[in-house]
Each structure stands twice: as C-alpha cells, then as structure tokens.
Design a protein around this ligand. Structure first.
Ligand SMILES: Cc1cc2nc3c(=O)[nH]c(=O)nc-3n(C[C@H](O)[C@H](O)[C@H](O)COP(=O)(O)O)c2cc1C
Ligand code: SF4
Length: 668
C-alpha cells in the first residue's frame, strides 16, 4: 500500500507538522530524580532523527504531589534549560515538532514518593496503589490549576512547539470527569457540566499562561472502559467542550489502567480503537489524533484515509523502531522492527519499576551505549539454528560485515517463535519472524534450510566463530501412561500436527505455553473474528447469543499445575487478559495439582484435597523444555570461538534471545 496520507503535512493553529505521525507521551523511567538527563535526550533525539512528525517529550510533572521521581518535573524551573537545549537541538537538526505533556496523577500517585497521601476529587481508594487519596479542598483545586498554568508557561519557555494536557487513563482530570471517582457535592461534582469544570478551568489557565498563538492539545480517554464511567459519547462531549475552551487538537487514547477490556495487548486487533477517535471527530472541528495499536503502516494509513482521524500516534512502535517514519517514507518497510504489542520489554518492565526497554530493539534506552560499528576484521561465522537468537545474531554480525552462514535443520526459520505466534491472539508475533527473515536476506546471510550443521561440516569448514543457537526440545516426565497414544506435546498441537483432539482435554503444565494452548484448543470450535464480525454486522443472532457463541467451547478443558499459581512466566500486563480469556472460555484451572498417572480415559492427580480423577481423552503435555547444546560442548575447547545463544543456553524468553544474539554479534 502507498503511504500517502501518512506523509501529508498538517498545520495545527499555524504549527506546520511535516507528516501525520505523533509519538505520544511515554513514562520511561530513565530518570530517577525528576531531572532531564542525557539518557532521555539520546532517546528523544534518535526518534526525532527517525522522522516522527510531532514528538511528545514527557510526561512532565506539574506538582510533586502528582508526580513520581521517574518523570521529569516541571513544577519549578530547574529542568527548563535542559529541556530547552533538547528542543533546540531537535529543531536545529530535524523537522520534528515537539509537545510537552502535563501530567498530574491524582489518586494514582503513591505516598512513598512524597510522604503525603495523594490528592483526588474524592477519597476513593486507588486500585493501582491500594491507597486512599485525600479529597481536594477548594484551595487544592486552585493551587493545582495554577500549577498546570505555571508548568505550561515553562513548556513554552523550554522552546517546545506545543503543550498537551493529559486528561485520560484515569489520571487527575479524568478522575474529576468520571462519576466513578468524583463524588463531590460542590460545583466540581455531580452533573456532567460540574464534573468537566476542573478540566475546563485547567484549559483556561493553561491558555492564559501560553497565550493565544501557542498550540494547546488535550489527551482524553475515548472511552473510560470502566463500568458506570464515561463512554465514547460523554468523552466526545467533553472533547467538544475542550474545543470551546480553545484547545487546538484532541488526542484520543483508550481506557484507564484499571479497565478489564484489553487496550494494548497483542490480542487487541490493529486499529481496533480508531472508532474512539471517529466518535470525537464527529463532534469537533479541530484535528483529532487516534491512538493504540496503529503500528502497522497500512493500518495507520487506512485510519487516516478513513477520515476518522487527522493524525495517528505511535508509542511502542517508536520504542521498537525509532526510524519507523523514515523507513516507511523511504520504502524500506522490509527493514522495520515491528512492535508486536507483547509489553514484555516496556509496560511489564515499567510496572515492575525498571527502565523501559523493547525486547525486539536492544538499543531502546541504551542509545548511547550500544552502537553498531562495521567490523575491521571480517570473520567466517557459522550459526547452528534459525530461531530468534540465531537469526538476530546472524543479522547483526552480517550487518557489521562478517561472512555469515546460518543452518536450520527444519524447513523454516523461526524456532520457538513459531510456537509463540501459534496461540490464538498471538498471531502478531509472526510480524517479527517476517521482519527478521527479510532483514537477514537483505544483509546477505546465507541461509540453508533442511540442513543440520554437523560436527563434520564444522571441522571441514573451519569457521572463525561458531554460534550455537540450536534451541530447546520439550522435556518428558516419567509418569505412568505418558507413552499412551492420546498423550500429545503442546508444541506439536501448536504446530497443527495433532488432528484428533478429544472432548475432554487435560493440559499438564500451567505456564504460558500450557495456558495459551488450552485457550487455542477452546477457540477451535468458536467462530473466528471475521465470522463474528459478519454475524454481528448482519444481526444474525442476538448480542447475548453471539457472546456465548464466541466464548463457549464444546470441549471440557482443564489445566493442571503443581505450582500455586498459573501463568507465572507471563508479564503482568498480559496475564490478566489471558486469565480473562481462559475464564470466558470456561477452562478450569487447577493449581497445586500433581499428575500421578495417565489412564485411557482420565488422569489421576493429587490435589490439596486428596487424589481425584479428571476425565481426559486427550492429554496435552506442556511441562517445559531443555536446552539442545551438543555442538557447543563438542567444540568449546577446539581452538575456535564458540558462542552459546538463546534457549540453547537456558530456556528463557524472546527478549533474552534477541538481546543475547545482538550483544554477542556486537562483540565478534
Ligand atoms: C512505557 C509506556 C509509558 C506510557 N506512559 C504514558 C504517559 O505518561 N502518558 C500518556 O498519555 N500515555 C502513556 N503511555 C501510553 C502511550 O502513549 C500510548 O497511548 C500507548 O502505548 C498505546 O499506543 P501504542 O499501541 O502505539 O503503543 C505509555 C505507554 C508506554 C508503552
Ligand atoms: S517490548 Fe514488545 S510491546 Fe514493547 S515496544 Fe517492544 S515489541 Fe512493542
């Protein structure tokens, strides 16, 4: 598809933006003390150089009470010079325009950073911090509005091109807007008009602080996706009020941190939330920006062509590939590192209190440290294994000028990634396989499929470097009955090698593989997304019937595990969504349950309540994997450089495989 709309310029109140792409605010945890630093500068500069049209540098804290030390504070002048220096450099070197996002967390702020309770419209406990905020007095409200205005003036003083007020995701302004968190009885609570008052007064104060010519935007939740809170209708009405109050653009994202409708996980279809921007677009005349899961350039282009929005946001896609805009513009789409919405390197890490990374882009957040330099002594390198670690290693080594041949014993590249992209809702992971395949081809890696690299071949070819990335294989447990014909491996099932699956299924092992395999089996007899869309479009059945049809499997599926909890190796931002899917599919989860024996029609298990049997005409084994590393052991002392990478070293996750492949290739 031609990406014409993406690269059309747009003018927002006189501010000329060279294309329709925006990088939204992302809290990165690259600062630990509220200050702007070199790590943040390097991160933003690289993305400006990558061609983004409008780039948010923030969030910026408007008040210590509503901030955390991991975001840059703008409640005094101390960060203004560093921010100004960055803005000036971006403006001097690139066409990128910049916007500073003002954030007050309200009840999402934690007392551990300020020593005081957080403040919010009403004292309603936060599901994120488990703390109850203090109800804001009129004085607090006045002071906080002033803090927004003062911070906005600093944004202008720091040479940004625009300021954005964050009113989404359940933060302070959103807390005032929602009847769920605003129980006030004064003029700031009660009817819609009153609940919007705080937000409107913030806009007025910010406008006054920056003057009429400066661009002021607002970021709203297009739907709070919280029971009894704002839907797209009320959110759009608020957007219309914001326009009346002189806002120049509306940036529309999804729900709150607390919502139980997935917003950002890989099972959210690309472009699923463009309709939220469309709802706003119907009610305002100013530019509207759509957000969430728009990283696929074709999806972004279509969203713009549809007329539902005037610009699109790329958050995580810009973590994965800082050069995304330029690569699309220069028709180098084969070179894109695609965000697969796994959240493993970014959101999961962020919520664990660690600086944000990207599992597919090892340089994210380490822009200054990890630099790919051409080699001055090209080496002959053989790579055993075409999984992610082997491919990433081969790609980076070849890019640096080494002579690389990669051997894969099966008929396709991917290794464990083929399993990772097989479960229902994980199809997005296929984009990274395509991307790695395209890139290793472009950089001249010689790929030999259906060819196992043997010791004789290594002796004959005498490489300078041997990289062993031969992956892992499923382990088997010595349980009576494990050899019966109705016992299958999860890996085989996920690769479509199992044709007959019974009505009663027991999955042994409740890690990511076991849980995702169970869900995949449950989805086999429910209509797929296209069929559901068709039936919904034609109102073929009632909404209730369709919901039941899309959830309920004909099979009775049980997942057992000896551990206390299921899916312990799934990141927190994806785990709840997976658990929700398992529940909706009617899958029974039995933690603390040990497999004792597999019989012809059942399994015998030990539970905290004693022994029991579970009917089973198919038993799926998902009990883990063991490294395959014989070549490493054979050649490690034979005078050549031998590297052990990825699952061949120890079975871990995708991010470890990429990082290890990348960093090892920088070192050869
Ligand atoms: C690590 C991380 C931190 C974020 N912090 C903020 C924030 O401070 N303010 C905000 O408006 N959105 C924040 N977001 C949400 C993003 O701006 C964006 O809306 C979201 O990632 C969905 O878009 P995407 O699918 O393009 O990533 C954050 C996202 C990530 C990944
Ligand atoms: S870690 Fe995953 S979700 Fe986050 S930016 Fe990278 S690919 Fe995207």
């Amino acid at each position: 598809m031609e990406h014409i709309k993406l690269f059309e310029p747009i003018t927002i109140k006189g501010l000329e933006i060279s294309n329709r792409t925006m990088m939204p605010a992302m809290g990165l945890l690259y600062t630990m003390d509220y200050t702007m630093n070199d790590r943040l500068k390097a991160f933003y500069l690289e993305r400006a150089r990558g061609g983004i049209g409008l780039m948010t540098i923030g969030p910026l804290g408007v008040e210590p009470a509503g901030s955390v030390p991991f975001m840059v504070g703008l409640y005094d002048d101390s960060n203004v010079p560093a921010l100004r220096e960055l803005n000036d450099q971006i403006h001097a070197e690139t066409k990128t325009k910049t916007v500073g996002q003002l954030l007050h967390q309200g009840r999402y702020a934690h007392s551990m950073f300020t020593g005081q309770p957080s403040i919010a419209p009403s004292p309603i406990a936060s599901n994120i911090t488990r703390e109850t905020p203090r109800e804001m007095t009129r004085e607090d409200i006045k002071n906080t509005i002033k803090a927004y205005a003062d911070s906005a003036a600093r944004v202008k003083a720091a040479h940004y091109d625009a300021v954005e007020i964050l009113a989404c995701t359940g933060y302070l302004i959103n807390q005032f807007l929602s009847p769920l968190t605003n129980k006030r009885t004064d003029e700031y609570g009660g009817p819609f008009e009153n609940r919007t008052r705080f937000g409107r007064e913030v806009i007025q104060a910010v406008r006054k602080a920056v003057g009429d010519d400066f661009v002021v935007g607002i970021r709203i939740s297009g739907n709070d996706f919280m029971p009894a809170s704002h839907t797209n209708v009320e959110s759009s009405d608020f957007a219309a009020l914001a326009e009346k109050e002189s806002v120049d653009y509306i940036n529309v994202t999804g729900g709150w941190h607390e919502t139980n409708i997935p917003q950002l996980t890989s099972n959210v279809p690309s472009g699923a939330y463009v309709y939220l921007a469309r709802g706003v677009k119907e009610k305002v005349g100013i530019p509207v920006i759509a957000s969430n899961r728009l990283g696929d350039p074709d999806v972004a282009e279509k969203a713009l062509r549809s007329g539902a929005c005037d610009m699109i946001c790329w958050g995580r896609p810009m973590l994965a590939d800082p050069e995304l805009p330029n690569k699309i513009k220069e028709k180098r789409t084969w070179e894109i590192i695609p965000c697969i919405a796994c959240n493993q390197g970014c959101f999961d890490i962020l919520f664990g209190g660690q600086p944000v990374r990207c599992i597919l882009n090892p340089r994210c957040g380490l822009e200054e440290q990890l630099v790919e330099t051409p080699t001055d002594s090209p080496k002959k390198i053989l790579v055993a294994g075409g999984g992610v670690a082997g491919m990433q290693f081969a790609l980076t080594a070849a890019k640096r000028g080494h002579d690389v041949t990669l051997y894969e014993k099966s008929d396709r590249l991917g290794g464990q990634l083929i399993l990772a992209m097989a479960p229902t809702g994980k199809e997005e992971f296929g984009r990274i396989l395509q991307s790695l395949t395209d890139r290793i081809a472009h950089y001249g890696v010689k790929v030999l499929l259906n060819t196992e690299l043997t010791p004789d071949m290594i002796r004959e070819q005498k490489p300078d470097v041997l990289a062993v990335a031969s992956g892992a294989k499923p382990i088997s447990i010595p349980i009576p009955g494990v050899d019966k014909p109705h016992v299958v491996e999860a890996w085989d099932l996920l690769q479509d090698k199992v044709a007959n699956i019974g009505k009663n299924v027991v999955v042994v092992g409740g890690s990511a593989t076991g849980c995702e395999t169970a869900h995949t089996i449950a989805c086999m007899d429910t209509p797929d997304e296209a069929a559901m869309a068709f039936l919904t479009y034609h109102q073929a059945e009632t909404p209730d019937f369709l919901a039941t049809l899309s959830h309920k499997s004909l099979r009775k599926i049980t997942v057992i595990d000896v551990l206390d909890r299921m899916a312990t190796n799934v990141g927190r931002t994806s785990k709840w969504s997976l658990m929700k899917s398992l529940k909706l599919s009617g899958i029974t989860l039995k933690p603390q349950t040990k497999l004792l024996e597999i019989k012809d029609d059942c399994v015998v298990v030990e539970t905290p309540d004693g022994q029991e049997t579970i009917p089973a005409d198919t038993v799926v084994m998902a009990v883990g994997a063991a490294p395959v590393n014989a070549l490493f052991n054979e050649f490690k002392d034979q005078g050549m450089e031998v590297l052990l990478l990825g699952d061949a070293k120890a079975t871990r996750n995708l991010g470890d495989a990429v990082r290890e492949g990348y960093e090892s290739a920088l070192a050869v």
